[in-house]
Design a protein around this ligand. Structure first.
Ligand code: ZN
Length: 324
């Protein structure tokens, strides 16, 4: 019988299928050798969407989500305790048990955290022109990454390559991330619903689905309109009205080309003038009354200006139409 050296004859293996966006996981507690003698024995098989294994490292607990990694660790830990006599009197195994306990504590601390995502945003290409997960791990957990021993085992089942470990999960995490990075995928959190998902962008705002994109868009539009002042609303109304009227006159040729460009020029001047007033107010560059900025008078002046432009546009429009 081949001894694979997995602590307490247990292992966890993952296979990554980037093309079909899937991950395949197999794991067993206490039967590793039997499994490798006969590839079917007493193992658990999971198939999940790509990226889920990384999300297993998050410290979030969700009732709707089954965390495969934690489930394995719990079963494993129980098995190790129940078989204490096997490792307790063996120096080598006793040392390995210590590493096992440290490793589990580290994983449970939630390696894939918001801090991790933040550091990932600033990830630079290395000298192989690749994004490297080691860079992020080093930046987030400098004290832990020196202990990375770069060892895991690999095997094929049919044409599927698995990488396996007993409890060196930080290595598996690193391997998995490097595979994602090399395919241009970055595990991120949706800025609308908070879900973890794979994004094509490592920085900037990201949204996980078309539904979230739609929601965010309507939120932005609402926020925009809620923040508009009365004068901004008035301006938008006048501007839109004149843009449509000019376009229609151009289309139906009720005003000649020269007249149309004159109207367009007037509308541009109107827009510029409005912007100047909006900016003045934003910069608090407003005439004072009794030593304090007089916003009321300024806003009234702004309103009257907008209305004056509106009526002068009417006059111009009518006279151009008559001269046609
Ligand atoms: Zn979302």
């Amino acid at each position: 019988m081949v001894n694979h050296g997995f602590f307490m004859n247990s292992f966890f293996a993952v296979s990554i299928d980037v093309y079909n966006k899937k991950e395949h996981i197999i794991h067993c507690v206490g039967y590793a050798n039997e499994f490798f003698n006969n590839y079917q024995k007493n193992i658990t098989i999971e198939e999940r969407p790509l990226g889920e294994f990384i999300f297993d490292f998050s410290d979030e607990f969700s009732e709707n989500r089954f965390n495969v990694l934690r489930d394995y660790l719990e079963k494993y830990k129980k098995f190790v305790e129940n078989n204490k006599q096997r490792w307790y009197y063996d120096d080598e195994l006793f040392e390995k048990h210590k590493d096992f306990a440290t490793s589990i504590a580290f994983i449970k601390s939630g390696i894939f955290s918001d801090k991790f995502i933040e550091v990932q945003k600033h990830l630079a290409l290395n000298d192989m022109h690749k994004h490297s997960s080691l860079q992020v791990l080093k930046a987030c957990y400098p004290e832990k990454t020196s202990a990375i021993n770069n060892v895991f085992q690999s095997f094929y089942i049919e044409d599927r390559l698995y990488v396996a470990t007993d409890f060196n999960f930080i290595e598996l995490f690193r391997f998995y991330l490097d595979e994602l990075y090399s395919s241009g995928m970055f595990p991120r959190r949706c800025m609308n619903c908070g879900n973890l998902f794979l994004s094509g962008k490592k920085h900037g705002d990201v949204l996980c689905s078309t539904e979230c994109k739609k929601k965010k868009k309507s939120q932005n539009t609402m926020a925009y309109y809620n923040n508009l002042s009365e004068n901004e609303v008035l301006f938008n109304g006048i501007y839109r009205k004149w843009k449509q009227r000019i376009e229609r006159a151009e289309e139906k040729q009720t005003i000649n080309e020269k007249g149309i460009s004159q109207l367009k020029e007037e509308l541009r001047i109107f827009t510029d003038y409005n912007r100047t007033l909006v900016n003045k107010r934003k910069k608090e560059n407003v005439p004072e009354k009794d030593g304090i900025p007089d916003y009321d008078s300024f806003d009234n002046m702004h309103k009257e200006t907008l209305e004056r432009y509106d009526s002068s546009l009417y006059q111009l429009f009518d006279s151009l139409k008559r001269n046609q």
